[in-house]
Write a protein that binds this ligand. Structure first.
Ligand code: IPM
Ligand code: MG
Length: 370
């Protein structure tokens, strides 16, 4: 039998620990079936790590992350850490993981479950059947560009600086991921930048086009400015298959895309690096939503985004597509039964707690596996 998969679980802050508790029950469910076994270790990130170690990610935790098969993360941040120095804010823990693990490709699918078409703020016909994939560059651009900082000018004014910067190889490797994914989907990629005002956008468009012409001619490629893309996402989102874009535009566009599906509480993500000498691809999986401090600890949060992130792990890290399908089908069935957490509740539905949603998914899994 294949060796156990090593997982590092980082529940983080706010609703992170409670949604992760439900996901761990599903991990145990898979473990018991013995198709795939996990060695699981849990550690701290974000505010929880600040409280314990004074930093948002301890070096020992970073080291563990570098040596596992995959990382599963809950969420980071909360008001009690908002006034900390910028460099030790909870978010820095997350950004350090992304940067040091070199997780340059962030996959954010936005899929509208039939049972949830009415949960969207858009008309049902606009979102029903929606299935798009945003591929966001995650280790470059203005998030990490130098120079950066806040400086004092001789005039006494202050100046805040960030730098948008991309190199050929950074653009090509993320575009290649997008083209590859498109081939397994509807074979269309829309590349998004602001080439009308930014040089980095001109380069982005140029390199994506060159790579396309050299290696991915079979995939349909189009280009769009980011502002137009944000508008098209709410006007006619089904025109898109795969969108590939930079770190900052990807951050914004993926929140918009998420909301099309009804709730941020439903959306998973995968962050992937390159394949190393041992054949392993560094990877981290996390929900798109944040730590939702307003409902933390109340057993109200929706665990499905984190659960669907675990499904993405099965698919992308362990090539266990059928097991991933099993989770996705279980989620679909639970939604069809009318079970909803507060964020997606609708008239006539049964409101369940975080734990209640975990129970429902487990029994749907039992049912499917029987
Ligand atoms: C995301 C989040 C993060 C980001 C924050 C928490 C640093 O918004 O993953 O989309 O901006 O990348
Ligand atoms: Mg974001």
């Amino acid at each position: 039998m294949a060796s156990n998969k090593k997982l590092l679980v980082l529940p983080g802050d706010g609703i992170g620990p409670e949604v992760m508790r439900e996901v761990r029950r599903v991990v145990d469910w898979f473990d018991k079936r013995q198709a795939v076994r996990f060695d699981l270790e849990e550690d701290l990130v974000g505010g929880a790590a600040i409280d314990a170690h004074g930093v948002p990610l301890a070096d020992a935790t970073m080291e563990k992350a570098m040596n596992v098969d995959a990382v599963l993360l809950g969420a980071v941040g909360g008001p009690q850490w908002d006034n900390l120095d910028f460099n030790i804010k909870p978010e820095r823990g997350l950004l350090r993981l992304r940067k040091e693990m070199e997780l340059f490709a962030n996959l954010r699918p936005a899929l509208c479950f039939d049972a949830l078409v009415d949960a969207s703020t858009l008309k049902p016909e606009i979102v029903s059947g929606l299935d798009i994939m945003i591929v966001r560059e995650l280790t470059g651009g203005v998030y990490f560009g130098e120079p950066r900082g806040i400086e004092e000018l001789p005039s006494g004014e202050r100046r805040g600086i960030n730098t948008q910067v991309y190199t050929t190889s950074e653009i090509k490797r993320v575009a290649a991921v997008a083209f590859d994914l498109a081939r397994k989907r509807d074979n269309r990629v829309c590349s998004v930048e602001k080439a009308n005002v930014m040089e980095s956008g001109v380069l982005w468009r140029d390199e994506v086009t060159k790579l396309h012409d050299a290696e991915f001619k079979d995939v349909e490629l189009s280009h769009m400015y980011a502002d137009n893309c944000s508008m098209q996402l709410v006007r006619a989102p089904k025109q898109f298959d795969v969108i590939v874009t930079d770190n900052l535009f990807g951050d914004m566009l993926s929140d918009t895309a998420a909301m099309l599906t009804g709730s941020l509480g439903m959306l998973p993500s995968a962050s992937l690096g390159d394949i190393d000498e041992t054949g392993r691809r560094k990877a981290m999986y996390e929900p798109v939503h944040g730590s939702a401090p307003d409902i933390a600890g109340e057993d109200k949060a929706n665990p499905l985004a984190t659960l669907l992130s675990f499904a993405m792990m099965l698919r992308y890290s362990f090539d266990l597509g059928e097991d991933a399908d099993l989770i996705e089908t279980a989620v679909k069935n639970v939604l069809n039964e009318g079970k909803r957490t507060g964020d997606i509740v609708a008239p006539g539905a049964t409101m369940v707690s975080t734990t209640g949603m975990g129970d429902a998914v487990l029994s749907a899994l039992d049912h499917l596996a029987a």
